[in-house]
Design a protein around this ligand. Structure first.
Ligand code: ATP
Ligand code: MG
Ligand code: MG
Ligand code: MG
Length: 436
């Protein structure tokens, strides 16, 4: 992308409406603009990052054996009346009436919708197990939308649902998602810690929230320090094997949000206990027959007996993750994208736009890098060098390639790493190979 043509409305000043750093930086970096409270326009740079996150989430879901579907944003109220949640959900649900007077709603989540699909299509135990997910916009009329996309009213969620014929296999599905979540958040460059969460009336121990530590997080968290150093399951993880040992390991030490925090833990763990704040980026939940029973989602077993399906649901806040990543990865100059989600990998800075050799070299490099599959942004504007550096830092591009007349005389460019600030000179002729 050429910056001179890019729709990237960056701001020099801090916008007064933003209270936390991720919101400020997303506005300043021209990623989003508010449409109305808690509802945002995604501009090109923001959308690129959103898509990157979405894709990593998708790849890890697919790897775990979950199949992608796409359900609508608008749902009929009947489904929610069947499950009993239509009245319970309260004001967070946006209710709509169509021209025929039918009650509809903008989905805040999809348990009812997916249960209905499976109920209609699956009749036998032979159709089980199934794990289905989609990545779709949700609407929740939050009392206090705030912190930009972190607590939006309209937000992008990945939600998966598992269907099994018994508790044991449902637990295996839960474990798959647990492991997939560890891997997903790790690939996104954040440390998300699974913590015991409330299971409500269903009981049991199968509910975990995944939280990223950040001072601006809305939840208080209490974690045994050693959990921060646990290993993430690698690429060799086999989802067909028993994953219980991995889940056991990760749940062996204390980790709880303020809602579940137990008294006396401080005294017991002493210095090993970290009290901090966290952002909920994911939540996994086994809820048995809570929806299948009232909605009649049954299959027949080997003996022809009808059984209620065992279910779980598993959410990731795809859009919220952008905020969480920035909270965890920025400095005074701007965003520091982990390479896996960066909107561009390389940013070329032309120090002397208008100088024939500089322009020519930058242009050739830009084309060659893109051709080699390295996503590259080139600052080909007539802005002063200082402004160009500031801008590249603000939008957080991981690698800056600086081309100027002096370096060109020696055939080199200066390459800066955004995260470490380290600079090195690299021969222009080696650059494409260096990045690809
Ligand atoms: P919170 O406690 O923050 O209100 P939740 O527990 O209500 O979240 P879930 O129903 O567990 O949310 O939804 C799954 C995921 O969707 C959450 O873990 C979070 O990452 C994301 N999410 C929920 N509400 C919002 C929101 N208003 N804006 C952005 N992301 C959200
Ligand atoms: Mg909520
Ligand atoms: Mg919550
Ligand atoms: Mg939750």
């Amino acid at each position: 992308m050429r910056l001179s043509q890019y729709f990237l409305p960056t701001l020099k000043e801090n916008p007064s409406e933003a209270q936390i750093v991720s919101h400020r930086l997303m506005l300043r970096a021209g990623m989003i603009r508010q449409s109305s409270a808690g509802i945002y326009n995604w501009l090109p740079l923001g959308l690129r990052v959103l898509r990157k996150i979405e894709q990593i989430v998708r790849e890890e879901q697919d790897l775990a054996g979950c199949q992608e579907v796409l359900m609508p944003t608008i749902q009929p109220s009947e489904l929610w009346q069947k499950s009993g949640r239509y009245d319970d959900y309260g004001k967070e649900m946006l209710r709509i009436t169509d021209r025929h007077g039918r009650d509809m709603l903008y989905g805040p989540t999809n348990e009812e919708a997916i249960t209905d699909v499976v109920k209609m299509e699956c009749q036998s135990y032979k159709d089980m197990p199934k794990m289905l997910y989609h990545i779709q916009w949700k609407f929740r009329d939050e009392v206090r939308p705030r912190f930009g996309i972190m607590r939006g009213r309209e937000f992008l969620m990945k939600d998966s649902y598992s269907f099994d014929i018994d508790y044991e296999s449902s637990k295996a599905a839960y474990n798959k998602m647990f492991v997939a979540y560890l891997r997903t958040f790790n690939r996104l460059g954040v440390k998300a810690i699974p913590m015991r969460a409330d299971t409500g009336p269903i009981g049991g121990d199968l509910s975990h929230e995944f939280l990223v530590l950040a001072d601006t997080g809305e939840s208080g968290v209490f974690v045994h320090k050693d959990v921060l150093d646990f290993d993430i399951p690698g690429d060799d993880v086999d989802y067909n094997e028993d994953l219980q040992p991995i889940v056991d390991k990760w749940t062996s030490l204390y980790a709880a949000t303020d809602e579940k925090h137990e008294e006396g833990v401080e005294a017991e763990l002493g210095d090993d206990l970290l009290a901090a704040r966290g952002i909920e980026v994911g939540h996994i939940f086994h809820f048995g027959t809570k929806y299948s029973k009232p909605m009649g989602a049954t299959v027949t077993d080997q003996n022809g007996t009808e059984i209620d399906l065992q279910m779980g649901s598993y959410g990731i806040g795809v859009s919220r993750l952008i905020g969480a990543i920035i909270e965890a990865s920025h400095d005074d100059d701007g965003i520091i994208w982990p390479e896996s989600v960066a909107p561009f990998t390389v940013g070329i800075i032309n120090l002397k736009t208008g100088d024939e050799t500089c322009d020519e070299t930058c242009d050739r490099l830009y084309k060659e890098l893109n051709a080699a599959g390295v996503e590259t942004l080139i600052d080909d504007t007539a802005e002063r060098a200082g402004g160009k550096f500031k801008n590249m830092d603000l939008i957080g591009i991981p690698w800056h390639v600086v081309i100027g007349p002096r370096g060109l005389k020696n055939g080199v460019a200066e390459v800066k790493n955004r995260k470490s600030g380290e600079k090195q000179e690299i021969a222009i002729t080696d650059l494409v190979a260096h990045f690809s």
